[in-house]
Design a protein around this ligand. Sequence first.
Ligand code: HEM
Length: 463
Amino acid sequence: MIYKSSRPQGSKARIRAITKNFFLHFHSPKIHTYSLNPGFTLGLGVINLTLFFVLLFSGILLMIYYKPSVEQAYFSILDINNVVLGGRYLRNIHRWAAHGLVFVAMLHMSRTFYMASYSGQQRATWNLGVGLLLTTVITSFSGYLLPWDQLGFWAVTIASNILGSTREVTDALGITAFIDPGLLLKKVFLGAADVEQQALTRFYMLHIVLLPLLFFLLMGLHFWRIRKNKGLNLPQDAHDRIRCTLSIDQKDADLKTKDPLLLSWPVMLWAELAIIMTTLAILSIFALAIDAPLQEMANAAMPENPAKSPWYFLGVQELVSYSAFGGGILVPVAVIIILFAIPYIDTDDVNTGIWFSGKAGLRLTIISGLVALGINIALLVVLIEFGWLRDWIPAIPYWSLIILNPGVMLGFLFTLLAYLIYKRTKSARLAVISLYSSLLVSYTFLTIIGIWFRGPDWKFVFF
Ligand code: HEM
């Protein structure tokens, strides 16, 4: 018996087209015209995705030549740079895409934050995004050690000392003899107390297998959540807004009618291809123009001075110079908790999809940013002119240095500011805007200090 569908033929053909179309597995068949507005997403999510795939493909090719042993790793990188055809370009593109991914992921997080895209059903999307950001940073950092040069070796040595600093707490409590989390953490990540072959093997496995797999998983879930949400969190008045911003073919979306939706195929494909091509072009120019750094071969007997971590950790390293545990663990863990908590603090589902949730949010972003900048500069002046607690009270108990270090002070002041804003306005949205903006400005400020104003022995250098 021939089964006859009651559906009209056209609809059946369209469903078949959709299920067979690879592109439409990842996109809703219909999207809101406003999603295509370049000023809305800035294309940042797609740039992230492009950079990830560049990293994947260039990484697989690099693996053909790279040798993960402390005797051979450095020389295999020299070979890639100087002997392998196109090897230098390949290595450069891998390195710049890695830095680019960390940077663009931060921009994308800020875009989704300032548009309150974390609200409603996108709460999980946001939390998966925070997971993606952490995975990106750790994957990038784990690759830092692989060339086995001075740069990576000493950056990882600093990071492992920060992990070891958890001992400061057990020391202060006098229980290190019974439990030593510092040593335990070092053993887990380095396989030994110092950075040696075991560490290289572990970082290599993390870098090429475990973290990319985690990235795939989180990314799949990230997209699935967006798909479940039926696309992006749009402004409530998106329909009115498209009247003035639209530049696409008007045949697909008749603005005069009530339906602002248009078929995502193939308009979305063209928009995404444009972003992908532009990203690849810019990355290629970078890879051709600037070589990825490679210093002398790693030498445990010759410390770098100053030994600097990659740029995204320099803000943390700056705080670590005042207290390894307070600045390197306490503050970063608190910031990560705040990032995860944002959708639970601000549960309002209004004013999403518009920058800063409106004029009040923009004003508060500027004010909080300026206040945070002022506090950072004032703190810096105090530190340079007068030092910190240890210089004033040499016999100060160690635990008070952990709690009263500049990083914790900054965190406390910014939280207080956000709380006062909440008390005054009764708006959780404005409170989180203030907190995020102060943290962002502070992170940027500390990173700049770390990059340009720290010299040998981690002393301040000003021109
Ligand atoms: C690092 C890898 C990441 C990739 C590949 C990625 C990819 C994407 C893409 C393609 C979109 C849709 C288009 C767009 O909004 O630009 C998106 C949306 C979103 N992403 Fe990400 N993302 C990443 C990281 C993050 C991070 C770090 C966060 C925040 C902590 C985040 C939070 C979100 C949210 C909330 C949305 C929904 C936006 C809305 O509804 O308007 N993502 N992501």
